[in-house]
Design a protein around this ligand. Structure first.
Ligand SMILES: NC(=O)c1ccc[n+]([C@@H]2O[C@H](COP(=O)([O-])OP(=O)(O)OC[C@H]3O[C@@H](n4cnc5c(N)ncnc54)[C@H](OP(=O)(O)O)[C@@H]3O)[C@@H](O)[C@H]2O)c1
Length: 240
């Protein structure tokens, strides 16, 4: 039977392409989202992929959703923690709410979903976890102490959990995308974006497919010797 893969934030942007790529790779994909029903419905209609709406930052909502998905689709053996948000501002202008929202959504969601799926993976002696970090968690970024801290945290979380999963056949890896052409990046002011592209050696923004290719590789059943790593997919912008 096809393995069940859950992609948080899997209905739009990079996550949408990850969901589609895992489906093409023969996985039974489940995609989650937070609020954009219209995008989720259109995505589900087109792909036939089941979608579940819950806040990945909220442990109780995650717990209820994992129980539901396990009953309706099957136990989750591939987990892609992709859901993420930005709430940019210099530290001086950053409220505690902006800090909490970004830490809870980007990093807290990794704790929530890993915590709720890890036991089954341990018992079945198989699991593939990919956490989506960011170049800005590796290199830092002006006006993003919250986002850089959350994404940097993901890279540490990944290494620590990889150690816990290794003897149970569970691999835990991260991908650190550079700037990828999605709504998140389209929100960056055009003049800033021009400067960003000028700093990318391959001369273009990333495409969601550049990232999903990495996820398919890291979640392959045979990819069992790669764990605790961070795959940088950034057009050469930052070599870590
Ligand atoms: N785009 C880039 O250049 C870039 C670069 C480096 C890293 N990343 C990372 O890559 C990931 C995807 O980015 P993207 O650009 O594709 O973002 P996006 O287009 O804004 O899509 C974000 C997705 O996450 C979902 N989401 C947001 N908050 C959530 C929550 N609390 N609970 C559940 N789902 C939630 C959204 O759901 P709704 O559709 O309901 O809003 C949406 O499906 C993020 O982790 C981001 O930090 C992106």
């Amino acid at each position: 039977m096809a393995r069940v893969a859950l992609v948080t934030g899997g209905t739009r942007g990079i996550g949408e392409e990850i969901s589609r790529a895992l489906q093409r790779a023969g996985r039974t994909v489940v995609a989650t989202y937070a609020s954009n029903d219209k995008a989720a419905e259109a995505f589900s209609k087109e792909t036939g992929i089941r979608v579940y709406k819950f806040d990945a930052a909220n442990f109780e909502e995650c717990s209820a959703a994992v129980t539901k998905i396990t009953a309706e689709v099957g136990p989750i053996e591939i987990l892609v923690n992709n859901a993420g948000i930005t709430r940019d501002g210099t530290l001086q202008k950053m409220s505690r709410d902006m800090w909490d929202a970004v830490i809870d959504t980007n990093l807290g969601s990794c704790y929530n979903l890993c915590k709720l799926t890890f036991e089954h993976m341990r018992n079945s002696k198989f699991g593939r976890i990919v956490n989506i970090g960011s170049i800005n968690g590796q290199a830092g970024q002006y006006g993003q102490v919250n986002y850089a801290a959350a994404k940097s945290g993901i890279h540490g979380f990944t290494k620590a959990l990889a150690l816990e999963g290794a003897r149970f056949g569970i691999t835990v890896n991260a991908i650190a995308p550079g700037y990828v052409d999605t709504e998140m990046v389209r929100a960056v002011p055009p003049d800033v974006l021009v400067k960003i592209v000028a700093r990318i050696p391959v001369g273009r923004l990333g495409k969601p497919g550049d990232i999903s290719r990495g996820v398919v590789f890291l979640t392959d059943d045979d990819c069992d010797f790669v764990t605790g790593s961070t795959l940088s997919i950034n057009g050469g912008q930052h070599m870590y």
